[in-house]
Write a protein that binds this ligand. Structure first.
Ligand SMILES: [Zn+2]
Ligand SMILES: [Zn+2]
Length: 138
């Protein structure tokens, strides 16, 4: 398996991502923390993603702009996918041997609870900044 290939815990779903950006993002929003029990560490994988065993992938529409996929057999979180662009964000921990990883951005920094913090120096965006950014793009 190359660095850009992985599989879920049970092996029913295999993923190959050709364009992984090693500058990963962290999302502190309540949806991500509800989904995973902790902030979501994600690598941007673009659209060149192939998934084997798609019949075992359960997709949940978590908002009007994105969906979240997981393995229906073992529950491994597989992706957060933006509907408009088709771009995938995948949990950084899915890929065991990625090189050059760097925490680059923390989203919804104002929603970060008080019981953890990271010492990494990163960019941050608050809820208001994220809403303004997306409003400008629409
Ligand atoms: Zn599985
Ligand atoms: Zn989030």
């Amino acid at each position: 398996m190359s660095n850009s290939e992985t599989k879920c815990l049970c092996g029913a779903v295999k993923i190959s991502a050709k364009q992984i950006n090693p500058k990963f993002t962290v999302c502190h929003c309540q949806s991500c923390r509800t989904w995973g029990g902790a902030p979501f560490f994600a690598v941007k994988c673009g659209t060149q993603v192939s998934i084997e065993g798609e019949d075992k992938v359960k997709v949940y529409e978590s908002s009007s702009w994105a969906s979240r996929g997981f393995c229906s057999e073992c529950g491994t979180h597989l992706f957060y996918k933006l509907k408009a662009s088709g771009e995938y964000n995948m949990p950084v921990g899915l890929f065991a041997n990625l090189e050059g990883l760097q925490m680059d951005m923390q989203y919804f920094s104002d929603m970060r609870p008080s019981y953890y913090c990271f010492s990494n120096e990163t960019k941050e965006m608050t809820t208001a900044e994220i809403m303004a950014y997306f409003a400008a793009k629409m």
